[in-house]
Design a protein around this ligand. Structure first.
Ligand code: SF4
Length: 437
C-alpha cells in the first residue's frame, strides 16, 4: 500500500510536470522478484539500474565517497547510506529499534548477486555455483577485497549458508518472479557485455517448470531413504501425492527431507536401534498391556537362554508378554499408573542380583526398564572388603611385631648402655696405669 501510494503520486506528479519517473530498483531486486509489482517500486518510466546489481552499486558509492570528489559532506552522506540497513518498506523501527531487514528475508546480497551473476551470465548449474561460492566465500581472510570495503563487511559464508540462500535464489528466480521481469520498464544495458539486456534477452517461462534428470530425482529419493520402488510408499503424508513428486519438490527447494513421515520414522528408529544395541544394560519398553514394544538382546540374555533364543528368532520380541520374562512386572503396572520412576538397587533373580530402573515414557501408555546385572559388582565389592580385612589384619600383626621388636631392642639397648656407663665410671675411678676389666 505504501509503495503503491508512493508510485501513484510519483506518476501523477511526473504527468503534471511533464517529467519521468526514474526507477529506484536494481538488477538484484528484479532477479529475486523483490519489488512491489505494477503499482510499486517495480514500476517507473525508466529503470536506470535494471542491469546493475546492488553490490556493484555499493562499491560505486564507496568509490565515490572515498575519492572525495563531491566534498566531505557528500562523502559522509554516501557512507551513511551504505551503513543503513537495506529495508523493504518505510516503516518505523520496532520496540528494540531494529528496522525491517531485506537481507534477512532474501539472503545476503553478496551471495545473491554472485548466484545471479553465474546463473544469468554463464548459465552454470546450481552445484557448480555452490562450489564457486564456497571457494569465493568460505574464508573471509583469503584473497583480496575490493578497495575501501570496511572490516565489518568482509564476511565469509559456510557451505550450509551458501546452500540455503542458493536454494532461495533458485526458487525466487526461476519459480516466482519472471512475471515481474516480463513487464519491467526499459533500462540501461550495463556492463558490457550486458548481464541482461534490459532483462529482455533473459526469459524464464512465467511459471517456470524446472526439469531434473532421472538420476537427480533418484538421488533425491535416495536421500530420503527410498532406495527401491518398494520404499516409495506414496502415502501422501508429506503433502505430495507421490514420493517422486516429493523428490521434485526437494530439488526445487520447496520441501525438506523431514516432511517425509516414513523417512523421519526410519531415522528415529535407526537412532533408537543403535542406542539399544550399544547400551551394555538390558532395555525393554512395554505398552499398557505389558506387551513388549521393543527390547535389546542384552535384556533377553539376562533372563535366560530360552528368551535369548526367542529374541534371535524375533529381534525386538515385539508383542511378547513381559510378565512371562521378568519377575518384577508389577513395577511396570505401578509406573504406568502413577507415572513415577522406580529404582531397585539389587533385586534377586535366580542366583544373580539385578539393578532395575523402571521409568515412565507416556503415562498409562508406555513404560521402559533398564536392567543391569550387578552380581559381579556386588561380589567384587565383597571381595574387596575381604581383601581389605586381610590387609588390615596383616598390617596389625606386622605393627604388633614391630612394636614387640622395638620393645625388645629397647630393653637390650638399655642393658648395654647401663653396663657401658658403669664400666666407664669404674675406669674413671681406678688408679693411673691400671686397667680395670
Ligand atoms: S510422506 Fe514420504 S513416503 Fe509418503 S508420499 Fe511423501 S515422500 Fe513418499
Amino acid at each position: 500500500m505504501q509503495a503503491g501510494l508512493r508510485t501513484d503520486y510519483l506518476f501523477r506528479l511526473a504527468n503534471h510536470h511533464n517529467g519521468l519517473v526514474v526507477g529506484t530498483g536494481d538488477l538484484s531486486e528484479l532477479g529475486l522478484g523483490w519489488c512491489t509489482y505494477g503499482v510499486g517500486d517495480h514500476m517507473s518510466h525508466y529503470n536506470v539500474n535494471a542491469s546493475v546489481s546492488k553490490t556493484l552499486i555499493q562499491h560505486l558509492i564507496r568509490f565515490v565517497a572515498a575519492s572525495g570528489d563531491l566534498g566531505p559532506a557528500a562523502s559522509a552522506i554516501l557512507l551513511a547510506i551504505l551503513e543503513t540497513e537495506i529495508s523493504p518498506e518505510l516503516v518505523p523501527p520496532d520496540a528494540s529499534g531494529a528496522i525491517q531487514s531485506t537481507e534477512a528475508s532474501v539472503g545476503p546480497y553478496p551471495l545473491q548477486d554472485f548466484n545471479l551473476f553465474y546463473t544469468t551470465r554463464y548459465g552454470f548449474r546450481p552445484s557448480k555455483i555452490a562450489y564457486l561460492a564456497w571457494n569465493a566465500w568460505h574464508d573471509a581472510t583469503a584473497g583480496a577485497w575490493p578497495p575501501n570495503t570496511p572490516a565489518d563487511k568482509r564476511v565469509g559464508y559456510n557451505l550450509a549458508t551458501i546452500r540455503t540462500w542458493l536454494r532461495g535464489f533458485l526458487h525466487r528466480f526461476f519459480a516466482t518472479s519472471q512475471f515481474k521481469r516480463s513487464v519491467a520498464p526499459n533500462g540501461i544495458a550495463f556492463p558490457r557485455p550486458p548481464i541482461m539486456e534490459t532483462l529482455a534477452d533473459f526469459r524464464v517461462a512465467p511459471v517456470a517448470v524446472v526439469r531434473f534428470p532421472d538420476s537427480q530425482i533418484r538421488e533425491a529419493l535416495r536421500n530420503v531413504g527410498k532406495l527401491s520402488p518398494d520404499d516409495e510408499l506414496n502415502c501422501g503424508g508429506c503433502g505430495y501425492e507421490t514420493c517422486r513428486n516429493f523428490a521434485l519438490a526437494l530439488l526445487n527447494a520447496k520441501a525438506e527431507a523431514s516432511m517425509c513421515v516414513s523417512y523421519l520414522r526410519k531415522q528415529a528408529q535407526k537412532k533408537a536401534n543403535a542406542l539399544l544395541r550399544s547400551i551394555p544394560s538390558g532395555v525393554v519398553i512395554v505398552d499398557r498391556d505389558l506387551r513388549i514394544i521393543e527390547c535389546n538382546r542384552r535384556f533377553a540374555e539376562i533372563f535366560g537362554e530360552s528368551n535369548l533364543l526367542a529374541f534371535d528368532a524375533v529381534p525386538g520380541m515385539a508383542g511378547t508378554d513381559v510378565r512371562r520374562i521378568v519377575p518384577f512386572s508389577n513395577y511396570f503396572s505401578t509406573c504406568l499408573s502413577n507415572g513415577e520412576d522406580i529404582r531397585l538397587e539389587s533385586l534377586h533373580f535366580e542366583d544373580r542380583l539385578l539393578g532395575v530402573t523402571v521409568f515412565s515414557i507416556e503415562p498409562e501408555e508406555t513404560a521402559g526398564a533398564i536392567i543391569t546385572d550387578v552380581t559381579g559388582t556386588e561380589l567384587r565389592r565383597e571381595e574387596i572388603a575381604e581383601r581389605a580385612r586381610e590387609v588390615i589384619t596383616k598390617n596389625l600383626a606386622a605393627v604388633q611385631d614391630i612394636a614387640c621388636k622395638l620393645g625388645e631392642n629397647m630393653a637390650e639397648t638399655e642393658i648395654l648402655l647401663r653396663s657401658i656407663s658403669e664400666n666407664y665410671a669404674a675406669t674413671k675411678l681406678a688408679p693411673r696405669g691400671k686397667i680395670i676389666l
